[in-house]
Design a protein around this ligand. Structure first.
Ligand SMILES: C[S@@+](CC[C@H](N)C(=O)[O-])C[C@H]1O[C@@H](n2cnc3c(N)ncnc32)[C@H](O)[C@@H]1O
Length: 502
């Protein structure tokens, strides 16, 4: 990013200082508390500033601040709130790109930013007012991880706070960010990260802004390849490109790439990669000929259809955890080609509605039910269990989730995963195949669940590597583990299990 603050648009304040918003002029002090300013420098009565009108403040940064606030206060999802705000506030393409970069970047890097902010403010971040912390995170992100000019990063942050809270709190933000800007990211890592020799995983977790337990889970899943930990964390920390799926039977990946200006994906025959623009505006996406779907998810749905059954495929397929419907739609498109059908189960009504929408015009029947007891007639040929999971494999696409997830979440999810897999096996016909998948590489959710099912239910583990033809380095089998740093996909896991005939 080469943004230098607010270079765009007439009437805005280039560089943040010295324009209409600038400090230094006397005016009525409208600060509500003044407290913050006194502890960290700045905000004294002698440096009172005019509070800028809200419309003078950089619109991209206001949106970024508002999304971070929604995430913090309401447990909102940044990737749902941001597009809505961008639309509502009618940001132009350049401001929208800046707002996106700042929001997602600050949300992803939160742990590292908070450690730096706490050091610079000389207090733990939970003692900093949340509204100020959001702005400090945005400012620190710009200072440490973008090429925004430091004076602009500080000044625009100060403007944001002053427009809402007045000069005292703005002074606090000014002082903290100036201290943050005294060191580069590398220098902060040297100062604050655990020692690389004594605690290599802790060090890498800090450097790439991941909670330590997640870095440990990745190292465990990488096993003998744990030396790749820094690569996986770095890939997870980078801005992901959009993957599109071309609906089989409707449009080919070649045609989709031509229409969208994207590139054909390396692994899935339906994948197109797009590294620019808003996919929601593309005609093939609006017309339902294509959709946004990680290439790894495409491989999962396809693997189910490639798995060798014992006996004929009579075309009864089931997606047991279908919402919001990406894989159900791909399965539905493939089923339609052969005149087959898909039942899709989802217990949450609004997610079931998303499946209905996504799979409209396809031979997909949606059932609002618990997959553990869906009340469906057994005898399915193929069943997908794309289980609810920690989502540790798609952190790059869900910016704040790495800081929200807790190690304690794993046990409950594993219990549910085992129950769903047991239910799927009971719904299979003899000789039928269930494909179990997670968008998590955490071994408790992957190989441990599958081994448990194989032991308890007497199902045969198939070599799933054969179901992702041409994809290298997916592990030693029989399951398949994809990785962002190796495959450019989310870290999806999949394992195929076949029910014995007798
Ligand atoms: C990983 S997501 C599935 C993603 C989906 N396959 C797709 O490609 O769009 C897991 C889904 O399982 C659903 N779920 C949670 N508990 C469930 C249960 N007891 N039975 C069936 N589905 C469940 C969640 O609501 C969520 O929609």
């Amino acid at each position: 990013m080469t943004d230098t603050g607010r270079p765009r648009g007439a009437g805005r304040n280039p560089g943040g200082r010295g324009g209409r918003n600038s400090g230094g002029r006397t005016g009525r002090n409208t600060d509500r508390t003044g407290n913050e300013g006194n502890r960290a420098g700045g905000g004294s009565a002698s440096r009172r500033h005019r509070r800028p009108a809200r419309s003078d403040v950089d619109p991209a940064r206001i949106v970024a601040r508002d999304v971070l606030r929604a995430v913090r206060e309401r447990d909102a999802y940044a990737n749902l709130v941001l597009p809505t705000l961008l639309r509502e506030r009618k940001l132009d393409a350049r401001d929208a790109a800046l707002a996106t970069e700042l929001t997602y970047g600050a949300a992803r890097a939160q742990g590292l930013l908070d450690a730096v902010i706490a050091d610079a403010a000389n207090r733990p971040v939970d003692e900093i007012d949340g509204a100020l912390l959001d702005v400090l995170r945005l400012g620190a992100y710009q200072l440490l991880r973008t090429r925004v000019a430091p004076h602009a990063a500080v000044a625009t942050s100060v403007d944001l706070v002053r427009s809402e809270f007045g000069s005292g709190r703005a002074g606090f933000v000014n002082a903290v960010l100036r201290r943050v800007g005294e060191r580069t990211e590398e220098e902060w890592i040297d100062r604050l990260a655990p020692d690389a020799e004594r605690d290599p995983v802790g060090h890498l977790a800090f450097r790439y802004a991941h909670p330590v337990w997640i870095a440990q889970a990745f190292a465990h899943a990488l096993g003998a390849d744990a030396s790749e930990l820094s690569e996986v964390l770095a890939a997870d920390d980078a801005r992901p490109i959009v993957h599109l799926v071309a609906r089989p039977g409707v449009i080919t990946a070649e045609e989709l790439a031509l229409v969208t200006g994207g590139e054909i994906g390396p692994w899935s025959p339906y994948a197109v990669h797009l590294d620019h623009g808003d996919p929601g505006r593309l005609e093939p996406v609006r017309d339902g000929m294509a959709a946004v779907q990680d290439e790894g998810s495409q491989l999962v749905a396809r693997a189910l259809t490639l798995a060798p059954l014992q006996g004929e495929d009579r075309g009864r397929w089931l997606d047991l955890c279908a919402g919001p419907g990406g894989k159900a739609a791909l399965l539905g498109s493939l089923a339609a080609i052969d005149g087959f059908t898909v039942d899709a189960v989802e217990p949450v009504e609004h997610r079931a509605e998303l499946v209905r929408k996504t799979a409209r015009d396809l031979p997909v029947t949606v059932h609002v039910a618990d997959g553990r007891e869906p009340g469906l007639e057994p005898g399915y040929d193929r069943i997908l269990v794309d289980a609810p999971c920690t989502g540790l494999g798609s952190l790059r696409r869900r910016p704040e989730s790495r800081w929200r997830r807790q190690p304690g979440d794993v046990a409950d999810l594993v219990r549910l995963q085992k129950e769903l897999l047991a239910s799927a096996i009971s719904l299979l016909r003899p000789g039928g195949v269930v494909l179990y998948s997670t968008c998590s590489p955490h071994v408790s959710e992957t190989v441990a669940v599958v081994s448990d099912a194989a032991r308890r239910h007497g199902v045969e583990q198939l070599d799933t590597r054969e179901l992702v033809p041409g994809v290298p380095r997916v592990g030693d089998g029989p399951g398949v583990q994809l990785w962002p740093h190796r495959h450019g996909t989310d870290a999806m896991f999949m394992a195929a299990l076949r029910k014995p005939v007798s």
